[in-house]
Design a protein around this ligand. Structure first.
Ligand code: ZN
Length: 72
């Protein structure tokens, strides 16, 4: 698929880190499957991956080994 951000890159399957702020914490979910633009690096997540990310973020406060929580 063609990247909708830069409109020139091609998105290819790969691994990336997903990060987001949750309340007062910065949560990083490592090694997430994504389609990554080879031009600008924009990552696109598919349905099941989005669910996985949401679950991991919810688990962040339980200190699982899959996620890192950095208090800011
Ligand atoms: Zn792009």
């Amino acid at each position: 698929m063609t990247c909708v951000i830069c409109k020139t890159g091609t998105c290819k399957p790969g691994k990336t880190h997903f990060s987001t702020f949750v309340k007062d914490a910065f949560v990083v979910v490592k090694n997430v499957d994504a389609l990554i633009c080879d031009n600008c690096g924009e990552a696109y997540y598919e349905g099941p991956t989005t669910e996985y990310i949401q679950k991991q973020v919810e688990l962040a406060y339980n200190n699982t080994e899959e996620v890192e929580v950095m208090k800011v």
